[in-house]
Ligand binder design. Structure first.
Ligand code: HEM
Length: 385
């Protein structure tokens, strides 16, 4: 009989301990025998067979890590005016339908265009839907190793990827477009979905104000907070909406590291980013509320008490943190709001028999990857379309 050794798990939402776990070097005063790359790569190994990738998340080689990171750095400098106008156009072209499918397809089109196809061609809808939904299903399935279908057998996905991103062989682990699509799309579609719902469908008093701020941001996508100009306070409001959504719904809810100590013991340490971001001791009694105004006057101190870590922290800080991530989320949410803020669009819950009722949300939105499949964005008067 094979006895499986149980792994000790340590979880924390303390900000400095989270940062220490992420660094992968020391835990509770004990030095990790694994390198920081090994500490990070081990919990991510399931992604290799599942997606056929070899990137900063899965490698324990410092050189491969550096090479991949540098490559990503060069990919995250788009022409923001082009991005904003493409987002506006693409969001308007999306037919009202299942909300998760709509957001996934819109965000994936934008991700592929920004990372690989800089002239923003139209992309094949069927391939986009297939890649978007498969990424989600494979990710969820990969949590149980016996559910992993080897990447080499995902023929339909390979064909779709070859069509969407030519010149990148999906069967070459270092060239596979998934190396770049995964970290970008996987994080962005979920935050865009939740931010869109918070802004547009919670019935907050500030709804109109938020919509106006986001629309202004869409018209001025290159603006920086440091630049003072006419609509500065509106732009600041748009940035606060993004920061607040990333606080309440960090796409990377937990960051895992392996630790092995000289004593022979080993620990899977978990930085509970979601717990940290909702801690009332740090954020106050209304930590669970979407309140972008809490970020007002935090222009120069955007990370109170180092307790805002949606993009992780050193030495593996996300390269999208300084500019690309927040700006892209703002543009994508603004484009959806712009396309669907018309009163003729309503958000309904449809049950399996097709019965519908108006969607209502209470408290925090759900954070799981397979939430909200029952939501449908629909035109009120079908004769209008
Ligand atoms: C916009 C929402 C995004 C969020 C919330 C986010 C979040 C994160 C987090 C939490 C980490 C740290 C993971 C860890 O320590 O194990 C990370 C790392 C990383 N992210 Fe992002 N990310 C976002 C967008 C992107 C995009 C658009 C890209 C572009 C491809 C990207 C590329 C990376 C890379 C390459 C790393 C690894 C950095 C390293 O190992 O040095 N991320 N991201």
């Amino acid at each position: 009989m094979i006895l499986q050794r149980r792994q000790t798990i340590h979880t924390t939402k303390n900000p400095s301990e989270c940062a220490q776990i992420i660094s992968g070097s020391i835990l509770k005063g004990d030095t990790n025998l694994l390198s920081k790359y090994e500490a990070r790569a081990q919990p991510n190994q399931r992604l290799r067979p599942a997606f056929g990738i070899d990137n900063a998340f899965t490698t324990d080689h410092s050189e491969r890590h550096k090479e991949y990171r540098n490559k990503v750095g060069t990919m995250l400098r788009p022409d923001w005016n082009m991005v904003a106008s493409a987002a506006k156009r693409l969001a308007k072209n999306e037919c009202p339908k299942n909300l998760v499918n709509l957001v996934q397809s819109f965000v994936l089109k934008m991700t592929i265009n920004v990372l690989f196809r800089h002239d923003f061609p139209s992309l094949d809808d069927e391939s986009i839907s297939l890649v978007a939904s498969e990424i989600n299903d494979i990710w969820i399935g990969s949590k149980l190793p016996r559910h992993i279908v080897p990447w080499s057998k995902q023929d339909r996905l390979h064909d779709a990827l070859r069509l969407l991103v030519p010149n990148r062989d999906p069967l070459d682990p270092q060239r596979n477009a998934m190396n770049f699509i995964l970290p970008a799309f996987e994080t962005m579609w979920r935050i865009v979905l939740r931010c869109f719902i918070e802004v547009r469908y919670r019935g907050a008093e500030e709804t109109e104000e938020w919509i106006a701020a986001l629309k202004l941001f869409l018209e001025n996508p290159t603006v920086r907070l440091e630049d003072s100009h006419e609509g500065a306070s509106e732009i600041e409001k748009a940035i606060s909406i993004v920061r607040e959504a990333l606080r309440l719904y960090p796409p990377t809810r937990h960051i895992h590291r392996h630790f092995r100590f000289a004593s022979g013991s080993s620990i899977l340490a978990i930085a509970d980013i979601e717990g940290l971001h909702r801690d009332t001791a740090i954020w106050g009694f209304d930590a669970d509320c979407f309140r972008p105004s809490r970020w007002a006057n935090m222009r120069h101190e955007p990370e109170p008490f180092n307790a805002w870590m949606p993009f992780g922290s050193s030495p593996f800080l996300c390269p999208a943190k300084p500019d690309f991530g927040p700006r892209m989320i703002g543009i994508l949410v603004a484009a959806l709001v712009d396309a669907f803020s018309d009163v003729r669009y309503e958000l309904n819950v449809r049950d399996p028999r097709g019965q519908k009722e108006s969607a209502k949300f209470y408290g925090l939105l759900r954070s799981d990857r397979d939430s909200y499949k029952e939501l449908f964005l629909e035109k009120v008067d079908r004769r209008c379309r």
